[in-house]
Design a protein around this ligand. Structure first.
Ligand SMILES: Cc1cc2nc3c(=O)[nH]c(=O)nc-3n(C[C@H](O)[C@H](O)[C@H](O)COP(=O)(O)OP(=O)(O)OC[C@H]3O[C@@H](n4cnc5c(N)ncnc54)[C@H](O)[C@@H]3O)c2cc1C
Ligand SMILES: NC(=O)c1ccc[n+]([C@@H]2O[C@H](COP(=O)([O-])OP(=O)(O)OC[C@H]3O[C@@H](n4cnc5c(N)ncnc54)[C@H](O)[C@@H]3O)[C@@H](O)[C@H]2O)c1
Length: 472
């Protein structure tokens, strides 16, 4: 057994763990990084990167099929599914060097390719290594949650960890779960020529504002995705031609392949947390506002901490930790400015409170400013005028923004800054966006907030009248 002493031990080399390791080592700490699976974690290998690469291929197919409106003869896309998946693998391979063992060793990190588990409050064993660390960061991520549905294990099913290994196009893909994974993969596959059924136990895209989710669901249905809501899966079995899924209310769905996308489970079981006195919650490792676990020397970040499960959250957590672990400065996580986006077409994006949440919290003080993509010239030039922005404003400051429309995920970033910096709507109104851009939607929403105050205001009219009389 090799004994190692280090300042910082990071368990898990995904989005969160890599950011902590890179930051800590470059600021002078000695760092050991453990990874039992693939360097880069879920995002690079089975999550964001492959899903967005697949979505990009599907967009190309969709553009071929719908080019007629632009005066370019449409064609029925000839999709080589295996080649599409090779494109996905190629994108992963292109990004992989940034997350690789070689790169991190080059930075000075000691990388050990083993799963780790606690043997005491300050020690972790990984293979033949016993690592004692002043600070330990758990960044072990999450895996697909697979519910104990009768018949499921016998029929064989896909998850995000196996989907991108497929090389034969599914003829009829059944997706259980209408969250972001389910809806992104549904649209991508229907555009690549699969039949598609989403079986959702409650409401599809249920974590988003229902008014915005409806725009996305309508678009997916129009493209041929069958979306069954209120269909909680009860049983699964094999038929001659494929797979049958029965819902609790008696509805039955048949297809050739089954993708389970019903949520995530934090990776905590392997860690032997009891040995370190680290507590858990229903969703992950218990942490305080500074991401400290119930063991003061140990932190948990990213999906393992069980909160918002996004790559940019794991990265944000890493930044907060660097501040507190390396400099001993007080640092707390905030959530009000954390955006998320679902990369369907149209995209769905949110930061801060939804309208319903803002109404509950702020009551009559809430004002909602809206603007439609139907009045955004760039969107019209692209024939993509469906969608809108809603800005929830309290006393002149945005407390939440919801956007559905083309590239909504790009547009939401500005509002994260606005909320993080506590800026007012006047700051957004004062910005100049180049014409014609989709980003103008943000300024126009601010304009929509101020226009009733300026245009229908008797005081403003009277003042302007007076000033005009005095002006030479
Ligand atoms: C299909 C899909 C699409 C997604 N798309 C997006 C998106 O578009 N945008 C977005 O922001 N987020 C997206 N996400 C979420 C995103 O992938 C995660 O939030 C992010 O990867 C979390 O980072 P992490 O560092 O917490 O964990 P991970 O990236 O999962 O890394 C954890 C690592 O720890 C390792 N590990 C686990 N246990 C141990 C142990 N005991 N010892 C050593 N190593 C261990 C694992 O092997 C893994 O490599 C998507 C997720 C999925 C599944
Ligand atoms: N664009 C992005 O940023 C992105 C994309 C994909 C995933 N992610 C991350 O990964 C997480 C997991 O995504 P997800 O879509 O798996 O989970 P999710 O929890 O967001 O959605 C799962 C859906 O499955 C439904 N469901 C649960 N049990 C069911 C059952 N037995 N039968 C039928 N339906 C059932 C739920 O009602 C829910 O709508 C997301 O919450 C997000 O954090 C992010």
């Amino acid at each position: 057994m090799e004994r190692i002493r280090t300042d910082v031990l990071v368990i898990g080399a995904g989005s969160g763990g890599l950011s902590v390791a890179a930051g800590a080592v470059q600021m002078g700490a000695s760092v050991v990084l453990l990874e039992g699976g693939e360097m880069g974690g879920d995002c690079l290998n089975y999550g964001c990167v492959p899903s967005k690469a697949l979505i990009a291929a599907a967009k190309v197919a969709d553009a071929q099929a719908h080019s007629g409106d632009f005066g370019v003869a449409p064609v029925v896309p000839q999709v080589d599914y295996a080649a599409v998946m090779e494109h996905v693998a190629g994108v992963i391979a292109g990004i992989a060097p940034v997350d690789s063992q070689e790169r991190f060793e080059g930075l000075g990190v000691r990388v050990i390719r083993e799963y780790g588990h606690f043997v005491s409050p300050t020690e972790v064993q990984a293979g033949d290594h016993l690592i004692q660390a002043r600070r330990i960061v758990i960044a072990t991520g999450s895996r697909p949650l697979v519910p104990p549905v009768p018949g499921l294990e016998d029929v064989g099913y896909l998850t995000n960890e196996t989907l991108f290994d497929l090389r034969e196009k599914p003829e009829h893909l059944l997706i259980v779960g209408g969250g972001p994974i389910g809806m992104e993969m549904a649209q991508a596959h229907v555009r690549l020529g699969c039949r598609l059924t989403v079986i959702e136990g409650a409401k599809a895209l249920g974590k988003d504002d229902p008014e915005l989710a409806a725009v996305v669901l309508d678009a997916l249905r129009a493209e041929g995705v069958e979306i069954a809501e209120g269909a909680m899966v009860a049983e699964v079995d094999r038929t001659d031609g494929g797979i049958r899924v029965a819902a609790k209310d008696g509805r039955v769905f048949e297809g050739t392949h089954l993708l389970m996308a019903v949520g995530r489970k934090a990776n905590v079981e392997r860690l032997n947390l009891e040995a370190a006195g680290i507590g858990t919650t229903k969703t992950g490792i218990k942490v305080d506002a500074g991401l400290r676990t119930t063991n003061r020397r140990v932190y948990a970040i990213g999906d393992a901490a069980g909160g918002m499960m996004f790559t940019h959250v794991a990265g944000y957590h890493a930044g907060v930790l660097i501040r507190s672990m390396l400099f001993g400065l007080p640092a707390k996580v905030a959530t009000a400015h954390i955006p998320w986006a679902t990369y369907t077409d149209p995209e769905l994006a949110q930061v801060g409170l939804t309208e319903a949440e803002a109404r509950t919290r702020h009551g009559d003080r809430l004002e909602v400013a809206r603007f439609d993509y139907a009045h955004n010239d760039r969107a019209l030039a692209m024939r993509r005028g469906a969608g809108f922005i809603k800005v929830m404003v309290v006393r002149g400051r945005p407390v939440g923004v919801s956007i559905v429309g083309p590239e909504a995920g790009e547009a939401i970033a500005l509002w994260s800054l606005v909320i993080a910096a506590g800026l007012k709507m006047s700051a957004v109104a004062g910005m100049v966006a180049p014409y014609p851009t989709l980003a103008e939607i943000n300024k126009r929403a601010a304009g929509a907030y101020f226009s009733p105050r300026l245009f229908d205001n008797p005081l403003v009219r009277k003042t302007v009248g007076l000033v005009q009389r005095w002006l030479p």
